[in-house]
Design a protein around this ligand. Sequence first.
Ligand code: NAI
Length: 495
Amino acid sequence: MVVTAEGALYDVVVIGGGPGGYATALYGASAGLSIAVIEREKVGGTCLHRGCVPAKAFLETASVYRTVSSSKDYGVEAGQPSVDFAASQDRKQKVVDQLYRGLSGLLKGRGITVIEGSGTLLGPAGTGASGTGIDAAGPGHGPTGFVVRVERPDGTMADVSGRYVVLAAGSVPRSIPGFDVDGKVVLTSDEVLALTSLPASVAVIGGGAIGCEFASMMSDLGTQVTLLEALPGILPGCDDDIAAVVSRSFRKRGIAVHAGVQVSGHDPLPGSSGTKVSFGDGQSVVVDAVVVSVGRRPASEGLLAEGTGVEVDSRGFVVVDQFQRTAVEGVFAVGDLIDTPQLAHVGFAEGIATVKAILGEPVIPVDYGKVPWCIYCHPEVAFAGLTESAARDAGYEIVVKKDPFGGNSRARIVGETDGLVKVIAEQLPSGKAGRILGVHMVGPWVTEQLGQGYLAVNWEATPDEVAQFIQPHPTLSESFGETVIALTGRGLHVG
Ligand code: NAI
């Protein structure tokens, strides 16, 4: 095996160019660090190429379809719309390609070296410490340096050296026994996002964020959807009132939602492209395709050579402390590779915190219980902080107020009244509402409305403080303001 040494000694070598990795690189380069990013596919990662961005592009197609379908109600005659999913696929790809070009240019502009290939962190024999001759005194107090071996697409090997290494290899879809992903009948999010036409019928296994977004999008665009969730309700982790609104909306739109059911397997039908999916107590459904959305697993295989000392848990997650430090000083891990919420923006936050730690600056660890969550199904879901049941389980005495969007004038104007805002605050001994513990929203454009709620939760603000702020009228965000005013004990429209 011929191994060449690639370039200089970088301050930081990042393995993986998804949100966790590229945020580390951009923030680090802004702070003056020299950075190399090793990426085997395209920078942007799952989020840009096979996740957040393409999924939301298709959900936008669904939104346009809904709008056009109901245009008559608004006095606009547009006829009956039809779906050309290949055109939607083209548009999605244009959006992705533009963002990819933008990101590549940004990395280049910051002087970040992107090296194409698969990176493996070498063990002690490959580190500067044991004699590769790297003078690796880090900025101020750094460790002795590391070598990452890169297998390039043409099979050649190159060694890239860094004072610090950030592991950011991301995650891949999980499957379940009995559902071998073939890209034709059994699909994961990777395959769904590459479709040029939609199946007539589909069983979606897993009612989490991905399952609900796909179920919503496909159903809106004419696919008959059956949603199968093992737990007692869809969107586990969301507040019960919020999940109930989505569940009701799904059922109203003809999605067959089965919660609390185990899926036992599927049998392709002879002489047809369909398959029979068995679930629950002897139930089954015949569908053209199955979408498996039962979570994602960390992509840690091949990332670490023997004896690096970096710890990996039984599920494949790289083990880190609250500062993203692995068991090896100077090696950090961020993003879906570690056991924290698998969200692009959490990866960004972890990348920023990691760079600060490398620079020896004070770091406020990411507060994982208070990160913003946004799910883009219809109706949308957005929340930060404790759900009502989690707050009670944690032993809080609480006060809860809710404002349904049905009473919001802007929601009436846009014709999207399904949903509500729910705010949970700690109850003080006086009976008044204290710190805001959780803000939960379901309804129109709530993913764009969460900001105030997120700030309130993370600022540990009280309703008295937040209620001082004026909400413009008529806006959807008035529902948040109304809910908070109600928590002060004197509601306007909400009692
Ligand atoms: P998830 O963990 O959010 O949901 C998986 C669901 O599948 C769970 O409800 C689980 O109970 C269910 N499940 C597991 N095994 C099952 C089985 N055998 N039969 C039936 N149901 C089963 O995972 P998901 O939706 O695949 O998403 C992966 C990650 O990506 C998550 O961490 C998610 O938060 C993130 N993501 C976030 C998005 C967003 O915030 N908008 C969008 C897409 C993904």
